[in-house]
Design a protein around this ligand. Structure first.
Ligand code: MN
Ligand code: ZN
Length: 500
């Protein structure tokens, strides 16, 4: 979707649909909505009188009109209570509005920046949230449907602003929003593709495309090279599948003068059957999304490079399938790892932490000063936090605070879980240094503690996105399917770390 900032009168903009807004409880619209109402001889005020709840959060009402404006259709968008309106609510309602437009068979849509006036938002931040919400809400994944799409996707968004002085800020916010939303949507598509199409090799091809487009340094290690590195834990997971694994390393050097290097490590299990510890077949089709951490770090790299952030970042994405076969690793096996620790396998379905352990060690060897890993790691995290929030675990207060602050600013819910010493008992092995499963109690935390053993003393934060990776319905800026969870937070974090 193309975005253009237009200065001028909202009543004169030529478009297929015009989006204006209304706070809950307002009976006489003012501002841009008031101007449109006046041009329509009070039709909006009339609609508000006749329809209770037109201003409720996420409500949409459509007016079909003949004259008075440069459009034939007006979408009146409810913003909810003024005092509850936040940038994230703006992002959400922008997604709702564009999906209302999708139903109207339109190609060009014009909108005001909701809340820039009355809610007093900073114009740049508001424009970014508006563009992110619109582009994320407008996303569709239908590349395997051979017939014509059922809905027309609007292609052009005009953002109307009457005050020319605000245009530079709106432009900056809009560009940021486009870079971030494009990256989130790319991530969503990687996750939505099925496992037979999104193989480790295909992930590497996608990384190559990002690298070529944004001038990033790319290294892809194949199975022999992974073995030569000594990444035994990663290979143990990969050995059951005929589909060869890949280690993707993507580097962006935005601040050559700095010693700091942020490593973004993403779990890339392109299909997780559980291996010999086979999962129940019901719902197993969803395990194509077990590479969402890897997809998110690739998306974040794309946005970070597009925004030319002054920070050094490396993405490390171990990608493999986890399948049962005569070559597969078994429960009871003791395997080695790149970091040197030995691991007793309790469950071959606790595979994510094995490939991440080696990837975190590899990131340290690349010179990472800070590590953040993203992974659809545990069902236990979904039990703890549901689909609302990602779980955060860390060995460093400062970096943890920065990740949580970045999540808050980006509008992604994240919540910290404790890595108390006492939980370590659960992953002690009788015959090896560690075991890869600590049983059902506190399963998200024992997985975090397993990773912590490989993170060592270097600042590290782990984000478990198992619950937030996908949405079961269209809602706000989320569209049914993959959400692209984590990308917005990682980009914010990189912005923050640019001020190191
Ligand atoms: Mn698993
Ligand atoms: Zn998994």
């Amino acid at each position: 979707m193309q975005v253009e900032i237009v200065t001028g009168s909202i009543t004169e903009v030529i478009c297929d649909a015009l989006i204006v807004n209304l706070f809950e409880g307002v009976s006489m619209p003012t501002g841009a909505t008031g101007a449109v109402d006046a041009a329509l001889d009070g039709q909006i005020a009339g609609l508000i009188r006749g329809k209770q709840g037109a201003g409720k959060y996420g409500a949409t009402s459509v007016l079909h009109i003949c004259n008075g404006l440069g459009t034939r259709q007006v979408i009146l968008l409810g913003l909810g209570k003024k005092e509850e309106f936040t940038l994230d609510r703006l992002r959400g309602v922008a997604g709702t509005a564009i999906r209302a437009a999708q139903k109207l068979d339109v190609r060009t849509v014009a909108t005001v920046v909701h809340g820039a006036g009355q809610a007093g938002f900073d114009p740049q931040a508001a424009a970014q949230a508006l563009v992110e919400g619109t582009l994320l809400g407008n996303y569709r994944f239908c590349c395997y449907k051979t017939g014509p799409d059922e809905v027309v996707i609007p292609e052009k968004l005009y953002i109307i602003e009457h005050d020319a002085q605000k245009v530079p800020q709106l432009t900056a916010g809009s560009e940021r929003g486009q870079a971030v939303a494009t990256a989130v949507n790319m991530t969503r598509s990687l996750v939505n593709h099925p496992a037979n199409r999104m193989t480790p090799a295909k992930m590497a091809a996608q990384a190559a495309e990002i690298a070529a487009h944004h001038g990033l340094e790319l290294q892809v290690l194949d199975k022999e090279e992974i073995a030569a590195q000594g990444m035994s834990a990663f290979l143990a997971v990969a050995q059951g599948s005929h589909e060869p694994p890949r280690l993707i390393v993507l580097k962006y050097n935005g601040n050559p003068g700095s010693q700091n290097l942020l490593a973004l490590v993403g779990k890339g299990v392109t299909f997780d059957s559980g291996g010999i510890s086979l999962k129940p077949s019901e719902g197993m089709q969803e395990m194509k999304d077990d590479m969402a951490g890897a997809a998110a770090v690739l998306g974040a790299m794309q946005a970070i490079a597009a925004l030319r952030l002054p920070v050094n970042v490396a993405a490390v994405a171990p990608c493999t399938e986890n399948l049962p076969s005569g070559y597969a690793f078994r429960p009871g096996d003791v395997i080695d790892s790149l970091g040197g620790k030995t691991i007793e396998i309790i469950s071959t379905d606790a595979e994510g932490r094995l490939i991440l352990a080696d990837a975190i060690t590899y990131a340290h060897r690349l010179g990472a000063s800070h590590v953040v890993d993203l992974a659809t790691l545990t069902g236990a995290c979904v039990v703890a936090l549901g689909t609302v929030a990602s779980g955060v675990m860390a060995n460093d207060r400062d970096l943890c605070g920065r990740v949580l602050a970045a999540a808050g600013a980006a509008g992604e819910r994240m919540w910290e879980l404790p890595l108390f010493e006492e939980y370590k008992e659960q992953i002690k092995s009788d015959i090896a240094d560690l075991k890869n499963s600590g049983g059902r109690p506190a399963g998200a935390i024992t997985a975090g503690l397993f990773l912590a053993a490989f993170a060592g003393a270097k600042p590290w934060v782990h984000v478990d996105i198992a619950g937030t990776v996908s949405s079961d319905k269209d809602s706000g800026y989320n569209v049914k399917g993959a959400t692209g969870a984590g990308v917005r937070t990682l980009v914010r974090l990189a912005e923050d770390l640019g001020k190191w």
